[in-house]
Write a protein of this length. Structure first.
Length: 446
C-alpha cells in the first residue's frame, strides 16, 4: 500500500506540474516579454598628456551639442573615469582639474562627438599639465536655485585677471587653478541676474573656498540691429555676446539673424559689459575686418537696467584656409605633419597682400599679425602666394611650435596700395574665427 500511495502521489504532482506549465506558457496568444535593451552609456576617461596617468577629481560637465545646455555633471573617480547614462545624440564636454589646462582650451570652441544607441561610447581626454606653476587653490559652490549652464567668472581683486568655468545641471561649479587671493564672483546667463555681490578667498591655510551665488529671473536688456552682406550672398549668421576678458560665450545670448528681414534681436541680457560678435560659427562669413581694424572697441557694449541698444553688423565671405585646420563642421584640432607646418589657403579675389598670425591655445600671438598702427609683423606675402611655412621670415624671438600642443592660425586678405606693402591698407576678408585649429604631433619632423 505504501508503494501504491507513493506512486499515486508522484503521479499527482507530475500531473499538476504539467497542467501548471501548460497554463503558464503554452498559448501562442500570451505576450512575450522582450529582453531589456542595452543601456546607452558615455564613459569619459581623463588622463595626463605628460605620462598618460589617470586624473581623478576632474570636474566633467556634459552638454547637448544642439542647444549648448548642460545635461549632466560628475567627478572622475580614482581610475580617472566618470560614466553618464544618456540618450543617443551629439554632445560635448567641459573638463577641468587642479594643475591642468581645461578642455576645451580658452578661445577654442568645444569638440562635439556622437553617442550611439545601446552601446558604451568611450571618450578619452588628455589634459595638459599647466606650464605656469606656483601656489593655487580653487573655488567651488552652487548657483541657487539650481539652474544649469551659467558662465561662472572669478575676477581677481589684485590684478583684475578673470577665470571662467560653467555650472552643471545641479547648479554646482568648481573653478580650479586660482592663484591665492580674493575674487569677485559673477554668474551670467540669459534671463537671470545675481541678487547680491559674492566674493571668495583662497590662501595657503585655506586652499578652497565654498560659496553660494544667489540668482533670480530677470527681464534684462535688448540688443538689436541689421546685417549687411558685403560682396556676398545674403544668408543667416549668428550674433553672440562674449565676456570681454575670457571671450567665453554667455549662455543663452546667441541668436540667428533673420534672412528675410536681415536683422536680429537678443533679449533678456543681464546687466554688464560684453563684446558683440557676428558669425562666430563656421558658416563661410566673417565680420568686415576693415571696419574692425579702423574701429577698435566698436563692438564693446554695456547694459544697465532694461536698456535697449542697436548695433548693425557688416559681414563678408571668409578667406578659405586649407591646412592645417579643423574642418568647418567641428573643432577637432587637425594634426599637422611637421613642427614647422606649411599654411595653405585659397586665393581671395582682389587680394594684393596677405597677413598671417599664429597663436597658442591661450590666445598669445607667437608669430605674425599686425599692430594697432597697421604695421605688419612678418615678411611680405604677395597676391600670388597661397602658402607659407611657419616663421618663413625668421622673426627674432619667435618660439618653435611644441609637439603635442594646440595652436590656431588666421589669415587676412588686403587690397594693398603701391608703396604700402607690409602695412594694413584695406582689409577685405579674413579666415573664420573657429578655423585653423591644429596640433603639432609628438615626434614631429622639424
Amino acid at each position: 500500500m505504501k508503494r501504491i500511495f507513493g506512486y499515486l502521489m508522484v503521479m499527482a504532482i507530475m500531473t499538476s506540474m504539467a497542467i501548471y506549465m501548460a497554463g503558464c506558457g503554452g498559448s501562442d496568444d500570451d505576450p512575450v516579454i522582450p529582453d531589456p535593451p542595452d543601456p546607452t552609456v558615455l564613459e569619459v576617461v581623463v588622463r595626463s598628456s605628460a605620462d598618460s596617468s589617470l586624473v581623478d577629481n576632474s570636474n566633467v560637465v556634459l552638454y547637448q551639442a544642439e542647444n549648448n545646455e548642460a545635461l549632466l555633471r560628475g567627478m572622475t573617480d580614482s581610475n580617472g573615469i566618470v560614466r553618464f547614462d544618456v540618450d543617443v545624440g551629439n554632445y560635448f564636454l567641459n573638463i577641468s582639474a587642479q594643475g591642468y589646462d581645461s578642455v576645451p582650451p580658452e578661445n577654442i570652441a568645444p569638440i562635439p562627438f556622437f553617442v550611439a544607441a545601446e552601446d558604451t561610447t568611450i571618450e578619452g581626454i588628455l589634459l595638459n599639465v599647466m606650464e605656469n606653476g606656483g601656489a593655487a587653490g580653487y573655488v567651488q559652490g552652487f548657483v541657487t536655485p539650481a539652474v544649469n549652464n551659467f558662465l561662472i567668472l572669478a575676477e581677481s581683486q589684485t590684478n583684475q585677471e578673470k577665470y571662467a568655468t560653467v555650472s552643471g545641471p545641479d547648479g554646482f561649479f568648481i573653478l580650479y587653478n586660482l592663484p591665492y587671493g580674493t575674487f569677485d564672483m559673477d554668474a551670467l546667463k540669459s534671463g537671470f541676474k545675481m541678487d547680491e555681490p559674492v566674493t571668495a578667498t583662497i590662501s595657503a591655510p585655506a586652499e578652497v573656498d565654498t560659496v553660494g551665488i544667489p540668482v533670480s529671473e530677470y527681464q534684462g536688456s535688448v540688443l538689436k540691429g541689421s546685417i549687411t552682406f558685403l560682396a556676398s550672398e545674403n544668408s543667416t549668421v549668428d550674433i553672440t555676446l562674449l565676456d570681454p576678458e575670457t571671450r567665453a560665450v554667455i549662455p543663452g545670448l546667441s541668436v540667428m539673424s533673420d534672412v528675410s528681414g536681415l536683422g536680429y534681436r537678443i533679449e533678456s541680457i543681464p546687466d554688464g559689459d560684453y563684446i558683440a560678435w557676428a558669425s562666430l560659427k563656421n558658416d563661410g562669413y566673417v565680420i568686415d575686418p576693415d571696419w574692425l581694424f579702423k574701429n577698435p572697441g566698436g563692438l564693446d557694449i554695456s547694459f544697465a537696467t532694461s536698456d535697449s541698444l542697436e548695433l548693425p553688423f557688416s559681414v563678408t565671405g571668409a578667406v578659405t584656409i586649407l591646412s592645417p585646420t579643423n574642418p568647418a563642421d567641428s573643432t577637432y584640432a587637425f594634426m599637422a605633419d611637421s613642427q614647422v607646418p606649411t599654411f595653405r589657403w585659397t586665393s581671395y579675389s582682389s587680394a594684393k597682400e596677405y597677413f598671417i598670425e599664429v597663436k597658442d591655445h591661450s590666445g598669445n600671438v607667437l608669430w605674425g599679425g599686425f599692430n594697432a598702427n597697421g604695421t605688419v609683423d612678418h615678411g611680405f606675402i604677395g597676391a600670388d602666394a597661397d602658402s607659407v611655412i611657419y616663421n618663413f621670415d625668421s622673426q627674432p624671438g619667435t618660439p618653435a611650435l611644441e609637439p603635442g600642443k594646440i595652436y590656431q592660425w588666421k589669415l587676412w586678405a588686403d587690397k594693398g596700395s603701391p608703396g604700402a606693402t607690409g602695412f594694413v591698407d584695406e582689409l577685405i576678408s579674413s579666415s573664420e574665427d573657429l578655423r585653423g585649429i591644429f596640433q603639432v604631433p609628438e615626434n614631429a619632423p622639424k
